[in-house]
Design a protein around this ligand. Structure first.
Ligand SMILES: [Zn+2]
Length: 127
């Protein structure tokens, strides 16, 4: 464990909370997210955005630096959002093909369970 920064871009304030050291490496899409909204800005009480443990935060007086940080975080969020969306779409097609293929095979308990688990995964991806 290490400490990660949570930022309020409007107030230019960070709150430090324990996080996982490698979080930005293994789960880069969480950068910029508000998590469950539990980390609040001490000034405006809005939910802060998670920056992870490694992103350098400019001093409070550096307005331009904060704006730059905000746009970088938004850009990264959009990138990962898009990428996850594309991966989900690919996985959905893969599952649909697999189900179609399995349906045409002779019926047995294993096939039935596998189709069921694929359908569950498909449902989760569709939410
Ligand atoms: Zn704030």
């Amino acid at each position: 464990m290490t400490n990660g920064n949570w930022a309020c871009f409007n107030c230019r304030i960070t709150v430090r909370r324990p996080t996982w050291r490698q979080v930005a490496y293994f789960r880069p899409w969480v950068i910029g997210s508000k998590g469950d909204g539990q980390v609040k800005c001490p000034e405006c009480k809005e939910a802060c955005n998670f920056l992870g443990p490694k992103i350098a935060v400019p001093p409070k007086r550096d307005k331009a630096g904060w704006e730059k940080l905000r746009s970088l975080v938004i850009e990264a969020k959009l990138y990962w959002h898009d990428r996850v969306r594309r991966q989900n779409a690919e996985r959905k097609h893969q599952i649909e093909r697999q189900i179609q293929e399995l349906i045409h095979r002779p019926e047995n308990e294993g096939r039935k369970r596998f189709i069921e688990s694929l359908r569950n995964e498909l449902e989760e991806l569709t939410q």
